[in-house]
Design a protein around this ligand. Structure first.
Ligand SMILES: [Zn+2]
Length: 176
């Protein structure tokens, strides 16, 4: 049964103080500190979960972290990161906020955008050069013209012409 002792403000200040404690201990790694804090506060969370940015072409470049599961996407919690914008670090945030920041950072670094159909992070450069012929009205907003390289639809959610940039039907290609 989940029965937390700490109220929201106590929870936040407790996490912040424990992060300060961990950062003052040079011989303790952030992952070791995270595990100790998770055990110490086990009555206050649903367990340790891990999270990874999904939909990237390069899985090794996808940001990862572990966090204390509070049962809600934007609930304040303790996170130990392993990603390019934070490095290995203890942060007090929510997994939803972390995920949005990781996705934004990945898109900026790789010039990608998330597909509204299949959630793949697809290159911005993969635009439909022949949209009028495909019956899609001209559009001055560039990102709406981006075709997902995985599912072949427009990333804004419009149905695509179901072929890739060079005109090959998508069915002829293998996607994983
Ligand atoms: Zn897609």
């Amino acid at each position: 049964m989940f029965n937390p002792v700490l109220g929201p403000e106590e929870w936040q200040s407790t996490l912040e103080r424990l992060v300060d404690w961990a950062n003052s201990m040079p011989t303790v790694t952030v992952n070791e500190a995270f595990d100790k804090i998770a055990e110490l506060l086990k009555a206050e969370h649903f367990g340790v979960e891990s999270c990874k940015l999904e939909g990237t072409n390069d899985d090794s470049a996808a940001a990862e972290m572990r966090y204390l599961n509070m049962g809600e996407t934007y609930a304040l919690t303790l996170i130990v990161t392993d990603d390019y914008h934070n490095g290995e670090k203890l942060i007090v945030s929510s997994w939803g906020d972390w995920y949005e920041a990781a996705e934004q950072h990945y898109n900026e670094q790789h010039d990608t955008i998330r597909c509204g159909w299949c959630s793949n992070l697809t290159p911005m450069e993969n635009t439909d050069e022949d949209r009028e012929a495909n019956g899609i009205p001209d559009d001055e907003v560039e990102w709406r013209l981006v075709l997902c390289e995985k599912c072949g639809n427009y990333v804004n959610g419009d149905s695509g012409p179901n072929r890739d940039r060079s005109g090959h039907p998508l069915e002829a290609k293998q996607h994983n």
